[in-house]
Design a protein around this ligand. Sequence first.
Ligand SMILES: Nc1nc2c(ncn2[C@@H]2O[C@H](COP(=O)(O)OP(=O)(O)OP(=O)(O)O)[C@@H](O)[C@H]2O)c(=O)[nH]1
Length: 332
Amino acid sequence: MYYRLRHNFRLSIITLLGASAVLGITPFAVYRFWQGNVSAGIADSGILLSICVAVVYAWRSGDTDRAGFVLALVAGGGGVTVATLLGEVGLFWLFPSLITNFFLTSALVAVLVNLGALAFLMVQGVAFSSQEQMWSFVTTAVVVSCCAYVFALRNDSQRERLEHLATMDPLTGVHNRRSMDQELAAAVLAKQRNGASYALVVLDLDHFKRINDDFGHSVGDQILIAFVDVLITHIRKSDQLFRFGGEEFVLLMPGVDHNGLEVVMANLQRSLRRSLKSPAGCPVTASLGIALLQEGEDADHWMARADEALYQAKSNGRDCIIYADALAEAVG
Ligand SMILES: Nc1nc2c(ncn2[C@@H]2O[C@H](COP(=O)(O)OP(=O)(O)OP(=O)(O)O)[C@@H](O)[C@H]2O)c(=O)[nH]1
């Protein structure tokens, strides 16, 4: 539970809202009934119940987008209902809901819900004691919503940027090892669920240290970029390329069989030999270790078999492709 709260921001906001609603609205609901204001008491109880249902749904299904959207509607609708029933006293409740909506759902939906709630109150008019009060309230509420909207947009773009930085390799523009771990785990799960086939190809440039030593690090960088360009032209849209670290890359290929894979890899190897050259004109080659995901295998074991195949390719003199499954048959 603590892990989910820590790692899922929207779930933690939904939970916080649920707890605040129970603590904040329950006494008011009781007070309204006690005062004999049954309609306001029912409105408070309805809001409370809807919030609790949405919180439970979010926890059970993990679908915080839908739960957040429903809660934003409940918050907006609840604020309007309370303002309509209680007038000026109820209007104050609209401000927390105007702000909270930006944490619960997307910035655009939140601002639309807020403007919708304000427009409804203006058209209906009963919540305000004078025109002047209505315009002051609506103006301040729109200013608050606009500021929150700008803040939420900025927050979204920073989160996207952070996500990008955390998952992409800045030099080559392909995904990094962190994303690879997630995708391998997803592939293993898909294999367990529907028997999907996957191949893992570990590619490592040969004698790359010499290139750095002879021509400098920036030339080495350019060769890494050119290597990725060649790989990208040879893979399908559904294939995923990751930089595992240094001059080692990993290709995750769904929906492949052994024969098809052999043809694609042989083409790739030819293409690398042809197009990847050092500044002195010498071909830059790569060694490849390949493993098809087996029934009941986990990601670590799968990766270890592909790595072992790569090690064998290096031991065989490099510029070579080794299949882990063929290796296992030969050993067995
Ligand atoms: N230019 C550049 N070099 C890198 C980068 N990351 C790692 N390297 C270099 O890659 C080289 C890898 O050297 P080794 O692990 O000995 O591998 P190798 O020389 O390719 O030898 P084999 O793999 O056995 O064929 C090291 O010199 C690293 O400094 C990078 O981002 N840019």
